[in-house]
Design a protein around this ligand. Sequence first.
Ligand code: GAR
Length: 232
Amino acid sequence: MKQDNREYTDKKLSYHLNDLNLISPLDSEIPLFEPKIKLGILASGNGSNFEYIIKSIQNKQLNAEISILIVNNPNCLAIKKAIKYKIPYVIINHRDCDSRVEHDMLVMKKLEELSVELVVMAGWMRIVGKEIINMYKNRLINIHPSILPSFKGIDAIQQAIDHRVTITGCTVHYVQKEVDSGSIIIQAAVPIKKQDTKDSLKKRIQKMEHIILPLAIATVAKDIRTNFKDKK
Ligand code: GAR
């Protein structure tokens, strides 16, 4: 019998281990809201999360449009995805700026120019300053590859391996001044297998990221459209 598919049955319950909830909170449906929300996506890397946001919009799970992809790294693969899906993008290279504040200001100017309503840090490998955080209070979210508050900061997947935890995962949270510390919106758990390498674990974490990020965007967008609560 394959362990992962072991079946548990009693009078009320009948489920497979694979069906156990690994995402929380998980509503049975993706939150719905009107009208369409304008997203600004910030990315520095491969852009796989960016691509899954696009797919969620295409398959009508997410009532959104991506006003702009902003990248800080001119060589990042997210750009190729923007071209493939015909999403407007701009490179704002931090190396061309004299300070972090100057870079933040350019990013913020672009977001404001396009009346972006919700900003998603989808693999954005830069700390954002208080100017952006204040401007987009409750409207700026980040995805991080660990179950926060464990393993904040860089190389979260390696941190989990080094600590020999047996479950890690990913978190979408609001952004506040302290890195990886804002209120949690949604998390997913990913078991670590004995034979895992950093790459194999990263692949499984990212699979969950691709599910929870569109869910988190819909959750926050619904919040923006209904009751704009004060969250840290
Ligand atoms: C994602 O795994 C995300 O969690 C991580 O970068 C990756 C980007 O992948 N973000 C951080 O580590 C932020 N601290 P992608 O470019 O393929 O979406």
